[in-house]
Write a protein that binds this ligand. Structure first.
Ligand SMILES: CC(C)(COP(=O)(O)OP(=O)(O)OC[C@H]1O[C@@H](n2cnc3c(N)ncnc32)[C@H](O)[C@@H]1OP(=O)(O)O)[C@@H](O)C(=O)NCCC(=O)NCCS
Length: 355
């Protein structure tokens, strides 16, 4: 790596062989107890889901310009193209935009430090821009959930002095699952099976597109939309792991009362405490008590130890605390965004910054 310069490298959409190599490499980091075959099979399954199809998922490699198809590429990552919305005080009607989520950033040990030490003082060091790739580009923002702290990605801007991905609101509200059940009146509430949650996320995306309103004190607000496989991704991943671990089939993935009162969830059985992780939540403070009691009974039924939600909206904070929820700042899965518009990141609000 002695003579390597930034301009001798570029980003390329991975060939099928490079995709395989990238997944083989990341297995060491993210196997989660799966065998290599199971891990690769899960990715192949994801490839066919809505979140990835129609060119939404692209694996990228950083490779020598002189040998773009090399299997000895320096690092790789994945991008998922998503639908997003932006609005502002001046243009309050939400506008559809292209945006991205970034995942599986990985550099093999032998290339680490070398890559991050490559100097980029001005865009000149990057050399000619990468070739245009079908289904990529035109994004207004992207986000990732950092497991390597906030600093590393902040420093990944195009030059030394410009911001990379900025961590925003890595908060979780957590309830311990109580073993004793309370009697609750669930009339009017409907548990949702797989088909039901898929429809809910579609309807929800439409609702959000109509009703999103800009945050105070920020020039521009953005949000991801949960449809086109975005929320479903968390669901499919979990189903696969639960099946492999021999969990009894889970029939319910959401609960709804009306279009303003619902929650959907996934199960995280890989972190230190088994968790029912809420993926979408909409409620009034008054409905939180029943909603939480239902979530408790679902969590208890499936042996979960806690219930967690990312960035509970302000208007639900006090009822959540009253119901025993503890809000903490996480040190992993840090939501971090890069804004490609003209505004500075500090002027941008991330709405519905959920899981
Ligand atoms: C993250 C990664 C791509 C960075 O590769 P790189 O650019 O070559 O850089 P390095 O690994 O040398 O780390 C550079 C800096 O990143 C940060 N960093 C890397 N891993 C970190 C971790 N687990 N926790 C916190 N910071 C970390 C540190 O600031 C480090 O600087 P240091 O020299 O002070 O330790 C690489 O470490 C990797 O592939 N790690 C395993 C997979 C992973 O965790 N990916 C990120 C998922 S969000």
């Amino acid at each position: 790596m002695d003579s390597i310069t930034l301009s001798s490298l570029s980003l390329f959409a991975a060939t099928p062989e490079q995709i395989f190599e990238s997944r083989r490499r990341t297995y060491a980091e993210w196997s989660g107890g799966l065998s290599l075959e199971e891990y690769l099979a899960r990715d192949e399954f994801t490839d066919k889901q809505e979140v990835a199809c129609e060119g939404r998922l692209i694996t990228w490699v950083l490779a020598p310009r002189s040998n773009p198809t090399s299997l000895d590429f320096l690092c790789s990552c994945e991008t998922f193209r998503r639908d997003g919305l932006v609005c502002s005080k001046a243009n309050a009607k939400p506008k559809r935009v292209i945006c991205y989520a970034i995942a599986s950033v990985f550099t093999p040990l032998r290339f680490r430090a070398d890559v991050s030490l490559l100097p980029a003082i001005s865009p000149r060091e990057w050399g000619a821009p990468p070739h245009r790739v079908a289904h990529a580009g035109d994004g207004l923002f992207s986000a990732l959930w950092s497991d390597v702290g906030a600093e590393f990605y902040r420093r990944c801007g195009p030059t030394k002095d410009s911001d990379g991905w900025i961590t925003r609101a890595p908060f979780s509200t957590i309830w311990d699952v109580k073993q004793e059940s309370s009697s609750i009146d669930t009339s009017g509430w409907t548990l949702l099976d797989e088909t039901g949650v898929m429809k809910l996320w579609e309807d929800d995306a439409e609702n959000i597109s109509r009703t999103l309103s800009p945050a105070d004190n920020f020039q521009v607000s953005f949000s991801y939309l949960p449809h086109k496989g975005v929320a479903a991704f968390q669901h499919w991943r979990t189903t696969d792991i639960l099946n492999k671990r021999g969990y009894a089939p889970i029939h319910h993935w959401g609960i709804i009362r009306d279009s303003n009162t619902f929650a959907t969830w996934t199960f995280d059985i890989q972190s230190s405490a088994k968790t029912l992780l809420i993926t979408r939540l909409k409620s009034s403070p008054e409905n939180m008590k029943t909603l939480l009691a239902i979530l408790m009974s679902v969590a208890r039924k499936h042996g979960m130890e806690r219930i967690e939600v990312y960035n509970l909206p302000d208007h639900l904070q006090s009822s959540a605390a009253h119901l025993g929820g503890l809000t903490v700042e996480r040190d992993d899965h840090l939501p971090s965004f890069k804004w490609y518009g003209e505004e500075h990141s500090s002027e941008i609000a991330w709405l519905m910054n959920e899981r």
